[in-house]
Design a protein around this ligand. Sequence first.
Ligand SMILES: [Zn+2]
Length: 208
Amino acid sequence: MATIVKKEHRCPECGKIFQVSMHATVLPGEHPELRKSILSETFFSFTCPNCGYQADMVYPVLYHDREAGYMIYLSAHPEPALSQKVPQELSDVRKRVVRNQKELKEKILIFDAELDDTAIEIVKLAVLDIIAKKYGDENARAFFQSANEETVDFAVFYTNYTDPVIQSAGVSLYRQAQELLEKAQWQEKNRFLKVDQTLARSLISQAK
Ligand SMILES: [Zn+2]
């Protein structure tokens, strides 16, 4: 079952109003094509049928992979979801909030690779730290891309560059991050969590 909501949308270019179908929930087990379109960053693409104008139209969506046991809620304003009570039967499901489609894509790639996103955020901090020291770019952004037996790879967006550069970290860094999480006594909680660099920093200081 795909929950589709129809909404009116005004084209910012020509001003015409159209009915647009939006997915309130995405169940990738039933609709693998939706997962694909999120990963290719076309899920939110809007093309005006009148003038051909193309833009991303990002709206709140809940991505729920039942088989893998995780939920990701995308919203530019996730605060209500963060404080929301979650039913007990969802306690085994990992629940995350993200703010944009790049973060949504990243979480899907991490969970589908059967990795721990909290450990990945710690590795990412180390990668960004090296970039800041080596290239003086303090505001570069990094997103998990893939992992293999030797490396964890990130797509790094340097300030003022639109195309990402792949930066790899050794898998040993990931193992160290997992050990650090044990030291910090990090545990999954039965609510929606924002697992990002802020959380990673606070867990690093807790583990000390
Ligand atoms: Zn238009």
